[in-house]
Design a protein around this ligand. Structure first.
Ligand code: CP
Length: 306
C-alpha cells in the first residue's frame, strides 16, 4: 500500500493527520541515523522562491541533492517572466511540466493552494505570507521529538510575533493534535489571531497569555522564540515593538534541565548571543534538522514506499 503522503500536495498543517506527521518524524529520524543517497534518483525538483530565504530553500536543495536528485529554480522572482506579468497559474503550469515536484515560497497567503490547482506535480509550500510553513513545522516536530523523546503533552511557550508568525501558527495547530499546553508571550499588537485561539478552544487545548518570558520559563519544555518581522510593518511601528521580548542567558536560571530553546531563524536581536553557549540553545541543530525533515517529506511525496 502506498504511504498516505504519496503524490500529495503539502500546503497546510491542518491537512495532516497526527499519523502522517508521525510518519514524517519517524522517516526523518531514520534518514538522520542512516543516510540514503538513492531515494530521489532521476527526480528533478523545482525550488521557486518569490520571497527571500536561506534555510528553507537551501535545506530543500541539500535534501534533494543528498538523496540523488537534481534541482532547478529561482530565488528572485524579478529574474522570471513574473516580471513581465505572467500569472502564478501559468508559471506553475509550465514548471510542473518540467519537474517531479515544486517547492514554492510566495508572499501571498493562499498562493500555494492556488498553485496546487494548476500543477501536474505535488506542490510543497515553503511559506505563504503570514499563513503556513508546513515543512518548518515538520522539522520543528522532529526536533521536539529528538529533544524530548515524545510529542505528546508538551508545554510550549511561543514568544514574539504571534500574529504574523506563520511558523507559530503551523506548529500550534500541529501540537494541538498531541495534547499540548501553550503560553503566548508577545506585544498586544502581535497577539495570536482569533481564528487560531478558537481552533485551540474547540480542541480543548489550554493556553495562557503571559506578559514576560521570565514568568513562563520554569514551567515549559520548549521556548519557541520568533522574530518581529520588519517586512510586515511600517518602520515607525516596527521601532516601537522591536526589542520588547529579548531572551538573555541570565533569564534561564530557573529553566527545567530538559528545556530547549527553538527559533525558526533568522534571529535579529530577540536571542542574545550569550544564550548560544547554554545547554538550552537548540536552534542551530533545529535548522540542521531541516535537511532530514525535508528529505523525509520529499521521499514520502515522491515514493510509494520509503
Ligand atoms: N525558517 C525559515 O523559514 O528560514 P528562511 O526564511 O531562511 O527560509
Amino acid at each position: 500500500m502506498p504511504n498516505p503522503l504519496y503524490r500529495k500536495h503539502i500546503i497546510s498543517i491542518p491537512d495532516f493527520s497526527r499519523a502522517e506527521m508521525e510518519l514524517v518524524v519517524e522517516t526523518a529520524a531514520r534518514l538522520k541515523a542512516k543516510p540514503r543517497a538513492d531515494l530521489l534518483q532521476d527526480r528533478l525538483i523545482a525550488t521557486c522562491f518569490f520571497e527571500p530565504s536561506t534555510r528553507t530553500r537551501l535545506s530543500f536543495e541539500t535534501a534533494v541533492q543528498r538523496l540523488g536528485g537534481t534541482v532547478i529554480g529561482f530565488s528572485d522572482a524579478a529574474s522570471t517572466s513574473t516580471k513581465k506579468g505572467e500569472t502564478l497559474a501559468d508559471t506553475v503550469r509550465i514548471i510542473s511540466s518540467y519537474t517531479d515536484a515544486i517547492v514554492m515560497r510566495h508572499p501571498k497567503e493562499g498562493a500555494a493552494r492556488v498553485a496546487s490547482e494548476f500543477s501536474a506535480v505535488p506542490i510543497i509550500n515553503g511559506g505563504d505570507g503570514a499563513n503556513q510553513h508546513p515543512s518548518q513545522t515538520l522539522l520543528d516536530l522532529f526536533t521536539l521529538h529528538e529533544t524530548q523523546g515524545r510529542l505528546d503533552n508538551l508545554t510550549v511557550a511561543f514568544v514574539g510575533d504571534l500574529k504574523y508568525g506563520r511558523t507559530v501558527h503551523s506548529l500550534a495547530q500541529a501540537l494541538s493534535l498531541f495534547g499540548a499546553k501553550f503560553y503566548f508571550v508577545g506585544p498586544e499588537a502581535l497577539a495570536m489571531p482569533d481564528y487560531l485561539c478558537e481552533e485551540l478552544d474547540e480542541r480543548g487545548i489550554s493556553y495562557t497569555i503571559a506578559s514576560t518570558i521570565e514568568e513562563v520559563i520554569p514551567h515549559i519544555d520548549i521556548l519557541y522564540m520568533t522574530r518581529v518581522q520588519r517586512e510586515r510593518f511600517d518602520e515607525a511601528e516596527y521601532q516601537k515593538i522591536k526589542g520588547q521580548f529579548v531572551l538573555r542567558a541570565d533569564m534561564l536560571r530557573h529553566a527545567r534541565p530538559n528545556m530547549k530553546i527553538l527559533h525558526p531563524l533568522p534571529r535579529v536581536d530577540e536571542i542574545a548571543t550569550d544564550v548560544d553557549a547554554t545547554p538550552h540553545a537548540y536552534y542551530f541543530e533545529q535548522a540542521k534538522n531541516g535537511v532530514y525533515a525535508r528529505q523525509a517529506l520529499l521521499s514520502l511525496v515522491l515514493n510509494e514506499t520509503v
